[in-house]
Design a protein around this ligand. Structure first.
Ligand SMILES: [Zn+2]
Ligand SMILES: [Zn+2]
Ligand SMILES: [Zn+2]
Length: 331
């Protein structure tokens, strides 16, 4: 597999002829459970105190898309660009139990997991080759879920993914003309209008965006400006517990409309990599604002996915928010 850049949109894709894997036996034991054998290649665990059993841990992805060894070998082929898929690919095991998910685990457990995610992002950003660390979760058959155990994934890449790049550029342009963060302005307006806010919890807000890409799309954002999730996630334990509770409650709401969803964390890129042609690095702490995006896969509204050129979302956020606010929440 290699990385190729679309010369028009400038987005990178992983492509090649993958022979695929034989389907796992249905009775095969889960390899992410606490006592699974053979042991996985562990990278980090939390809590990290000696003798304590782990609550969340990070392991090398059994079939990584990106490999830590080697050089990127950036090269051109006429007008095209390609490189080897150098980077990192980890599985974050959210819980040692097979059935404790981010929507039914305890807030302490979820907070441990968020801390681990923050630590892994920070650690991977120390590699000067890495430009961006993505954290994401695909849950459910229609969302491309990979493992049965409660897991998320992290990839560290030598490029910034396209959607984040759009956001970074737009955030910078807004900042240049207004000297304000566009995300902070969105939060202020949403709180004032109270049309699309699902729930506020301490310093965090869950809301349906004004222009959703899919029905019930939901964002979780810190109300106070911060470009980097890993900074918040590591320095402020009280905040982490609030975020854990809001994430848990929001996923319960999402699950009242759809089993399947995609979740992605958007945080600032690595600032070790000041790139001249991406001039956003100087103001990035002021113009970017981390957030979590949750995109449910609503099977009955599947038509929306055939309109790839323009997003078609047949439930307005003003309607979605009423339904999500009223969803039955435990805890
Ligand atoms: Zn398991
Ligand atoms: Zn902001
Ligand atoms: Zn985003």
């Amino acid at each position: 597999m290699e990385l190729r850049k679309d010369p028009i949109t400038r987005s990178w894709v992983i492509t090649g002829d993958d022979p695929g894997d034989p389907a796992p036996r249905p009775d095969a034991p889960c390899r992410f459970c606490a006592d699974a054998a053979p042991p996985l290649q562990e990278i980090a665990r939390t809590p990290n105190s000696p003798g304590a059993s782990w609550s969340a841990r990070s392991v090398v992805h059994p079939k990584p898309l990106y490999h830590i060894e080697g050089e990127p070998g950036r090269r051109g082929d006429g007008l095209y660009d390609c490189m080897h898929s150098v980077g990192a690919h980890e599985v974050l095991v959210e819980n040692r139990s097979h059935d404790r998910h981010l929507w039914n685990a305890g807030d302490e457990e979820i907070a441990h997991f968020l801390r681990l995610a923050a630590e892994r992002i920070l650690d991977l950003k120390r590699d000067p080759r890495i430009k961006y660390v993505s954290f994401f979760k695909d849950y459910g058959k229609n969302a491309g879920q990979e493992f049965n155990h409660p897991t998320s994934q992290i990839t560290a890449t030598m490029f910034v993914p396209r959607r984040v790049l759009y956001e970074l550029r737009a955030g910078r342009e807004y900042f240049v003309s207004k000297e304000r963060c566009v995300f902070c302005d969105i939060i202020q307006q949403e709180e004032r209008q109270a049309l699309r806010v699902i729930e506020a919890r301490g310093d965090y807000l869950a809301l349906c965006p004004y222009a959703p890409r899919v029905p019930y799309e939901t964002w979780i954002m810190p109300r106070d400006h911060d470009a980097s999730f890993e900074r918040t996630g590591l320095n402020k334990p009280g905040l982490r517990t609030n975020l854990a509770a809001l994430l848990r409650r929001t996923l319960q709401r999402i699950r009242s409309v759809s089993e399947d969803f995609h979740l992605a964390l958007h945080t600032s890129p690595s600032s070790l990599h000041p790139s001249k042609n991406l001039g956003y690095w100087k103001t990035i702490d002021d113009d970017y604002h981390w957030h979590i995006e949750i995109l449910p896969v609503v099977a009955s509204k599947a038509r929306s996915y055939t309109f790839k050129e323009v997003y078609y979302s047949p439930v307005s956020s003003e309607t979605a928010v009423k339904q999500l606010r009223e969803a039955k929440i435990e805890g």
